[in-house]
Design a protein around this ligand. Structure first.
Ligand code: PGA
Length: 256
């Protein structure tokens, strides 16, 4: 019997300065579903994370959008897992396709970052997903499976049980072109199956796998009706309080 708590996580990227972000937190704090039923989070820019954590209230939690893979050292401009943990951050997005594409993050680097996040007690949200050419070629399964296998190298059952995976087809991110709920479910079920071949019984059933890529208030319901989709990683539509709350409520209605 599966018992996976749904998650709605906002990936704000660069929009929202400190004042706008604090206003958002103030507006949603009282209205997000209880953490007992749905996990909710927003992932913001590093310089404002501490202020957001201080105002996070009882249910909403704060995530980072990236971190460095090393514990310490001369890496000018980077943000460490230790400091994210120290300031009270809960989640960290790892391997978002924008980082893979614009900052040349490889599967090996993503793997190192996952190890580092677990070492410091952060909950990683691992992003995987194929570009349009791969989808059109019909090799999505192999592509995504390989991303998952490489990302998880060396991680143990106890770590992976706490991992959150976000399947985000690149062609659906910020394009308004969502994967159909069947396409999303098919790939997410394949990811779960891959996990079941790599880890002991129970782990694959425990891992929360989200869909991301143009999730909006009007399409989230259809996506969350799918058995293997445990929530959403939401970019653009997570910026508006009203939309974010509506998506959290849908998760509570359908999954909690
Ligand atoms: P989008 O972004 O919802 O704006 O498509 C999703 C993401 O990048 O995580």
């Amino acid at each position: 019997m599966k018992m996976r708590k749904p998650i709605i996580a906002g990936n704000w990227k660069m929009p929202k300065n400190r004042d706008e972000a604090l206003q958002f937190i103030y507006n949603v704090n009282m209205n997000v579903p209880s953490r007992e039923y749905v996990e909710t989070a927003v992932c913001a820019q590093a310089p404002i994370l501490r202020d957001l954590v201080k105002r996070q209230g009882d249910h909403l939690r704060i995530g980072a959008q990236n971190m460095h893979q090393k514990t310490e050292g001369a890496f000018t401009g980077e943000v460490s897992a230790a400091v994210l943990k120290n300031i009270g951050v809960t989640y960290v997005i790892i391997g978002h396709s924008e980082r893979r594409e614009h900052f040349y993050e490889t599967d090996e680097l993503v793997n190192q970052k996952l190890h580092q996040a677990f070492r410091h007690g952060l909950t990683p949200i691992l992003c995987v997903g194929e570009p349009l050419e791969v989808r059109e070629e019909g090799t999505t399964e192999e592509y995504v499976k390989k991303q998952v296998q490489k990302a998880l190298k060396g991680l143990g059952d106890e770590q992976v049980r706490d991992l959150i995976v976000a399947y985000e087809p690149i062609w659906a991110i910020g394009t308004g072109k969502t994967a159909s709920s069947e396409q999303a479910e098919e790939t997410i079920a394949m990811i779960r199956k891959t996990l079941s071949t790599l880890y002991d019984g129970g782990v694959a059933d425990a891992v929360r796998i989200l869909y991301g890529g143009s999730v909006k208030t009007h399409n989230i319901e259809e996506l969350l009706q799918e058995e293997n989709i445990d929530g959403a990683l939401v970019g653009g539509a997570s910026l508006k309080t009203k939309d974010f709350l509506a998506m959290c409520e849908t998760a509570q209605k359908l999954k909690a």
